[in-house]
Design a protein around this ligand. Structure first.
Ligand SMILES: *[C@@H]1O[C@H](CO)[C@@H](O)[C@H](O)[C@H]1NC(C)=O
Ligand SMILES: *[C@@H]1O[C@H](CO)[C@@H](O)[C@H](O)[C@H]1NC(C)=O
Ligand SMILES: *[C@@H]1O[C@H](CO)[C@@H](O)[C@H](O)[C@H]1NC(C)=O
Ligand SMILES: *[C@@H]1O[C@H](CO)[C@@H](O)[C@H](O)[C@H]1NC(C)=O
Length: 253
């Protein structure tokens, strides 16, 4: 009897190992294509694991590193030009995301694109900026710390992926990720814009914030590229670790 139960334990262990990396037990799996269930499960995952799950390759969601951003708009001879570089950028707030819509994630993930829509109440970016600008007679050449807050941020991620086989399991490989965003308000703060003149720094910050939409339109393409890289990295690590079939309940026959 004793030998038998030992054998059972070993068999069970071997079985588990052959199953590969699994989601945590407290995360409810869904059937393929069950969007309502997937919305619920993704939200549970975000609520319960804001600091990520190293075992499945999920990065912490409260702080994520973003790529450097560079915007150069220097038409020759113009009275307004701008070079703007953001470095060492961190993103805070993905942990407060609420998934609002999910499409795709069918049995055959390559058959159609997948869409995830999320609402994030506040997204904070912090980093270092370097700006050289000329706005009419005002020249600026400044380096300092940068902080931005996007309020009521809505994110749509369009995903295209193919399946790859490893150890007879299907893994998802993303080959295209397109983010789209919408926001209600952008609050920017650039410190030491004019080191010799704090009043001027305050005035300039106010001008930027009052005209945030124009600045956002200028920055949006670079920002989207940064989100694309960051989100691709987060999702890629999970899809590399956990087989696509292991993310879902087995199909019923
Ligand atoms: C993110 O979570 C980690 C782990 O709980 C914590 O140490 C860190 O302070 C958090 N960062 C932010 C910006 O909330
Ligand atoms: C970026 O961060 C690294 C390491 O934290 C630091 O050495 C570097 O000086 C930073 N660069 C800027 C432009 O802040
Ligand atoms: C996320 O939510 C927590 C709890 O409500 C809050 O303390 C934190 O400041 C929020 N993060 C951001 C970036 O707003
Ligand atoms: C901006 O300032 C830096 C350091 O103060 C200097 O090296 C650089 O030449 C300046 N650039 C312009 C265009 O004035």
């Amino acid at each position: 009897m004793h030998t038998f139960s030992l054998l059972l334990v070993i068999l069970l262990m071997l079985y588990k190992t052959s199953l590969g990396i699994e989601l945590p037990d407290d995360i409810k799996k869904c059937h393929f294509g069950d969007s309502q269930c997937l919305i619920h499960t993704m939200n549970e995952l975000i609520r319960r694991y804001p600091n990520g799950i190293p075992g499945i390759g999920l990065a912490p969601l409260n702080v994520t590193q973003l790529d450097d951003i560079s915007i150069v708009n220097r038409p020759y001879g113009a009275s307004v030009w701008l070079s703007f570089y953001l470095q060492n950028l961190t993103n805070q707030g993905f942990n407060n995301a609420t998934i609002t819509q999910v499409k795709g994630f069918n049995k055959d993930p390559s058959s159609s694109s997948m869409i995830i829509r999320a609402y994030i109440p506040r997204l904070i970016h912090k980093g270092t900026y370097n700006m050289q600008s000329r706005i009419l007679l005002f020249r600026a050449n400044a380096t300092g710390s940068f902080r931005s807050e996007f309020l009521n941020f809505r994110l749509e991620i369009l995903l295209k992926a193919i399946q790859e086989y490893r150890n007879n399991k299907r893994y998802l490989r993303i080959y295209e990720l397109k983010p789209k965003v919408d926001l209600q308000r952008w609050i920017i703060s650039l410190d030491s814009l004019y080191t010799e003149n704090t009043d001027m720094t305050i005035v300039m910050n106010n001008v930027i914030n009052e005209n945030w939409l124009e600045f956002w339109q200028e920055l949006e393409p670079s920002m989207l590229k940064t989100f694309e890289l960051c989100l691709t990295l987060i999702l890629k690590r999970v899809f590399d670790n956990v087989a696509y079939d292991d993310l879902f309940l087995p199909d019923e026959y």
